[in-house]
Design a protein around this ligand. Structure first.
Ligand code: PMV
Length: 330
């Protein structure tokens, strides 16, 4: 099945497109990572994953139908050429929604993720665009269907449809209709995330290619689904009992396990830079001295610190440039 067929089955008859207000979707950070696809056309994962959404940090998008053959894409107030990778990805995604029409759109999308944070915006970007298209075309889709559709733009976007803790159920159907995220009904006031920027340049190997390389060439990858499933259970337990030690240690080990599979791929895939390792060593040393901080990392050199708000002053003393997010408030 290709994604056009899948979307065709899910979408009700679209109405004539209308201009929308801005729709917001938060960025998210996985505590149990999505790494490896069982279907790369439909973005179906090999393992389930769990994330926390970053409250007010994310993407705002509005769409408006326009005359003419091509979309008009604006990012952070700047008009993009149609041949840029960003504009092509957006238009390619919108094509899924206009299978029976040639309606072009003006798309205005803005990220409020601090540029220095080294955070990917594709998850919040595709989630916000899905919400805007749902509104513009009066589709009236439920959150689980919106999550499934956002997944087709970028896998992790399916989690950005929701606030708070979110689990992406991997699903088992070949058509991927059961692979979407759900919110976890638990809050955690005082949970803090710190963004440590090591490098904000564009990464040399994107996550799609990185996952494919790992699945194809890394023998260690065989153990990854088991690791992810075990970590998922531990994270549920940690969230249920608000056990920060269990949450932080599980998230850190999960991220390092994912990076171990990347490093043991061929050709090797090392996203770390010397400063990434220096930050890890600093975190381990501080933890030994009694400061309870952990980290997680995605397919890039930047670290995300996990700590409790009560330790914020001490954490800031060691990482003065830290951008702090409280996903559930204080
Ligand atoms: O959604 P993608 O295709 O950008 O992949 C995201 C992969 C990781 O960020 C490494 C892990 C995750 O679960 O977000």
């Amino acid at each position: 099945m290709d994604k056009f067929e899948l979307v065709n089955r899910v979408l009700p008859q679209p109405q004539a497109a209308e201009a929308t207000d801005e729709h917001f979707a938060p960025s998210n950070i996985a505590l149990c990572k999505y790494w490896g696809k069982r279907d790369s056309e439909l973005n179906l994962p090999i393992n389930p994953s769990l994330s926390v959404s970053l409250a007010h940090l994310g993407t705002r998008t509005r769409v408006e139908p326009i005359e003419g053959p091509a979309d008009d894409v604006w990012l952070n107030g700047l008009q993009l050429r149609a041949d840029t990778l960003f504009a092509k990805r957006l238009s390619g995604f919108i094509d899924l929604f206009r299978q029976t029409s040639h309606q072009a759109f003006r798309i205005e999308t803005r990220n409020n993720i601090p540029t220095a944070a080294g955070l990917a915006s594709s998850a919040s970007g595709f989630a916000a665009l899905t919400l805007a298209l749902n509104d513009s075309l009066k589709l009236g889709l439920e959150s689980s269907a919106l999550s499934m559709l956002a997944r087709l733009g970028s896998g992790s976007a399916c989690r950005s449809i929701y606030e708070g803790f979110v689990e992406w159920h991997m699903g088992h159907r070949d058509d991927g209709a059961d692979s979407h995220a759900h919110p976890i009904d638990r809050r955690w006031e005082g949970l803090a995330i710190g963004l440590i920027k090591v490098d904000e340049g564009v990464k040399s190997v994107d996550s799609r290619s990185g996952m494919a390389r790992t699945v194809e060439s890394c023998h260690l990858y065989q153990s990854w689904p088991l690791q992810a499933n075990t970590d998922l259970m531990k994270l549920h337990q940690a969230i249920e009992s608000q056990d920060f030690t269990l949450l932080g240690s599980t998230a850190e080990q999960n991220a390092l396990s994912m990076h171990a599979t990347m490093i043991a791929s061929w050709p090797p895939l090392v996203y770390w830079q010397p400063d990434s390792l220096a930050a890890m060593q600093k975190i381990w040393a501080l933890r030994q001295q009694g400061l309870e901080i952990y980290f997680t990392m995605d397919a890039g050199p930047n670290l995300k610190l996990l700590f409790q708000q009560q330790d914020a002053t001490e954490v800031l003393a060691h990482f003065p440039d830290l951008e702090i997010v409280l996903p559930f408030g204080s």
